[in-house]
Design a protein around this ligand. Structure first.
Ligand SMILES: *[C@@H]1O[C@H](CO)[C@@H](O)[C@H](O)[C@H]1NC(C)=O
Ligand SMILES: *[C@@H]1O[C@H](CO)[C@@H](O)[C@H](O)[C@H]1NC(C)=O
Length: 330
């Protein structure tokens, strides 16, 4: 009996404490509780947390603190002056040098995958993916912008030898008046010889390979000279750039909300930054340290071959001999 009432009193006083304070219980502390007092200014606190998670920064001050492999969940970021053009500056450049409201990214670029595996894109790069406003041929314009097809005519990039720019497909090169462009090479890779399927028709091989999880299609630049391919992070809809758009945020924290609006460094392909993720998922700052920060690669790809795809719908035949030859080398 006595034990019971002691327990009851204890229970009530805990409830009272929790009820009084709007602050969170310690076990679900907000991220800023971990860096409180470490810095005077809010930007440094946010950058410390950001650095702990993504591990990418430009300034020596944070580089020293957070070294190591950057977290694959965060989009790649850069420190050169082009980062204002591509809108991919590392967060400390935005937080301490030039706020996001002052930069004007070049909207002609978009982020597109150069590998298709299991009908999903992988390895993303910046490419010109828009036609000029003034361009009048609607059909070419629509083909340049088309995003719901995996047909190579819409997803095979073109390289412009003069400007060294990459266009998302030949229609985008056309409407931007590119004279001397060449398509990327189509490389197909499977785990074994048999994963390619039985067809020798290029169209059929292409669709077979992009559907087979043991294979991948990769588009490579048509030149060995070094080209400045700019890596980027994919973005999928719905994209969350404000707090609690999902309605899943458990504990309000004004600092997280403020940091979510401050800069862009995309996380998990759908959050503007790590803080926007924290206020749109049922997840706590401490949980993040248990996430693996390295992608687990599955499958070894050993059989590589080039696929000769026609410029339009016309198809060639797949050079099986080439694969057979490579297999002999194994
Ligand atoms: C290749 O296959 C596609 C789809 O099955 C077909 O439409 C096309 O005519 C074939 N091409 C050749 C050259 O046989
Ligand atoms: C988030 O939105 C949901 C649904 O609208 C609401 O119930 C919840 O209280 C909100 N969370 C915070 C922390 O504001």
């Amino acid at each position: 009996m006595q034990t019971f009432s002691v327990f009851w009193i204890l229970f009530c006083s805990i409830k009272a404490v929790v009820g009084q304070e709007t602050a969170q219980p310690f076990y679900i502390s907000g991220p800023f509780d971990f860096v409180n007092g470490k810095y005077q200014d809010f930007e440094s606190q946010a950058m410390d947390l950001e650095g702990q998670y993504c591990k990418s920064s430009c300034s020596e001050r944070f580089k020293k603190l957070f070294w190591g492999e950057s977290n694959y969940r965060c989009a790649p970021c850069f420190c050169d002056s082009d980062c204002y053009k591509y809108n991919d500056c590392c967060p400390d450049k935005i937080l301490f040098e030039k706020p996001e409201t002052e930069i004007q990214p070049d909207t002609k670029y978009g982020c597109h995958g150069t590998i298709i595996k299991n009908e999903q894109y992988q390895e993303f790069y910046q490419m010109i993916d828009k036609c000029p406003e003034s361009f009048t041929n609607q059909e070419i314009k629509e083909n340049c912008h088309k995003s719901d097809s995996l047909h190579w005519k819409y997803v095979k990039p073109y390289f412009d030898f003069k400007t060294k720019e990459t266009y998302r497909n030949k229609y985008c090169a056309l409407c931007n008046n590119v004279m001397n462009s060449k398509s990327y090479e189509t490389q197909i890779t499977c785990q074994t010889f048999y994963d390619y399927g039985n067809s020798i028709n290029s169209t059929e091989v292409y669709y077979h390979v992009i559907n087979n999880y043991k294979c991948q299609v990769r588009f490579n630049p048509p030149t060995t000279q070094s080209i400045d391919k700019r890596q980027c992070g994919a973005v999928y809809q719905p994209f969350y750039s404000k707090c609690n758009e999902t309605g899943l945020w458990g504990f309000f924290d004004e600092r997280v909300e403020r940091a979510c609006g401050l800069y862009t460094n995309i996380v998990n392909e759908k959050y503007k930054n790590i803080f926007c993720r924290l206020c749109n998922e049922k997840i706590f700052w401490r949980d993040l340290s248990y996430e693996p920060n390295r992608r687990i690669e599955v499958g070894l790809f050993s059989m590589t071959s080039l696929l000769n795809l026609g410029d339009d719908d016309d198809t060639g035949f797949f050079q099986k001999t080439r694969i057979a030859h490579q297999q002999n080398l194994q």
